[in-house]
Design a protein around this ligand. Sequence first.
Ligand SMILES: [Fe+2]
Length: 288
Amino acid sequence: MKKQKIYFKDIPDKFATWTFIEKALYIKKFYGMRSEVNCNDIISLEHRLDMKKLVEATIKVISKYPPEGWKHKNGNSLGYAGVSLTMNPFFKDDTDPNYQSLGDKNNPHARYSYNDMSFHKNLKNTFFDCTGFRKLTPCAEESDLKPFLTKFKRPLIRSRIAAVIANWHDDRKETGGWHQDEIIFENVRINIPIVTDESFIFEIKGQPQHHLPVGNAYTFESHLLTHRVFPTISNNKQRIHLVLGMSPWFDYDPEEDSLTTNEFYGEMHPLDMVVNGYVHPDIGKKRD
Ligand SMILES: [Fe+2]
């Protein structure tokens, strides 16, 4: 397939990078692509990650950069907090780059999903411009996570250390928190538990609840499967995960600030790329 290139400078202000790509490349024709893995449940991945090192490095980051609550119009939600691992060098305002990927202060509370963009006139360089997060943050650059983060074979996009803090979590335990992430062809995620407690639950709508223990790495079809995370009890426990988003079908050139379609574009489902080791060399085959 002929390679196609997008320069960030050519994207008009009203578009998020991906909404522009959808228009420019007619990429929606691939959205019906089937995966060879089971897309209906969370996928536990085989890996050769040094989990002890990852845990230590992550804890070191958050001890220096304490997680900040999710930003929205009325303040910050402390129940869901985090630290950004990637940033947009042209972010629309002067938000600390280490916290750019934690919601948007113009957004109504809990309207943060890919389908809540209609509240914003211009999407380029906002929180919703998921692919616009194309550079490591200062806190990631200086951290011991850097060797792991720079080993990804695909460009890291909006990514964070995510913290759910049970005491601060609001009354969403039974009914709230449900959401879908961006389309998987824009953003395929790997989720790695770092610190957790059995009282924290991950749930896909209509399916049994899971606790995700430290030691594992996960991926799933986080666009098609409505999902949520919540603490079952209110206590002082925290759930810290690495939530890493990658652009599966584009290579990023930092010199040109451009994206170019890669060999997987329109050819391989992003989840198949993850399980076959094309996203991170140390994260590979699906576990049963
Ligand atoms: Fe999600």
